[in-house]
Ligand binder design. Sequence first.
Ligand SMILES: CC(C)(COP(=O)(O)OP(=O)(O)OC[C@H]1O[C@@H](n2cnc3c(N)ncnc32)[C@H](O)[C@@H]1OP(=O)(O)O)[C@@H](O)C(=O)NCCC(=O)NCCS
Length: 122
Amino acid sequence: MDGRVIGHIAFSPVTISDGTPNWYGLGPVSVLPEHQRKGIGKALIEEGLSRLRDMNAQGCCLVGHPDYYRKFGFTNLPELVHGGVPPEFFFALSFDGHTPQGTVTFHEGFRADGQQEGVREA
Ligand SMILES: CC(C)(COP(=O)(O)OP(=O)(O)OC[C@H]1O[C@@H](n2cnc3c(N)ncnc32)[C@H](O)[C@@H]1OP(=O)(O)O)[C@@H](O)C(=O)NCCC(=O)NCCS
């Protein structure tokens, strides 16, 4: 807006241990505090999900606040887990009706310490 970035959303490919392909992770999403509660976050999420569908993505998942993402169709799927994240904070939305079962690993870009999954110290 007026040459200033006021909101941002990122999507990145994830891998699922059962081999289900073409799933993506949503996040982070952010809107400048003075522009929040005007529908910008909602527009970013809806447009992003629409573009994923246009790419023939099969689903999207995220770690997020339990109250915010349900209105976009995300639900907690007990069969789909991510690390030590409590199930009520991990959300998924299947675009094709298939429900994957397994563990989700986000893109390695999220591992800021640069270490391999599974060898990181607890
Ligand atoms: C989360 C965030 C992106 C929402 O952006 P926003 O532009 O303020 O959200 P919107 O105005 O589009 O709101 C969309 C809907 O969510 C609701 N909502 C907004 N913020 C909410 C919150 N903190 N808790 C619960 N509901 C919320 C709105 O009431 C609206 O509901 P409606 O469609 O029924 O009217 C923004 O608050 C933010 O940047 N927060 C800090 C960063 C963050 O926590 N990001 C998420 C994790 S990466």
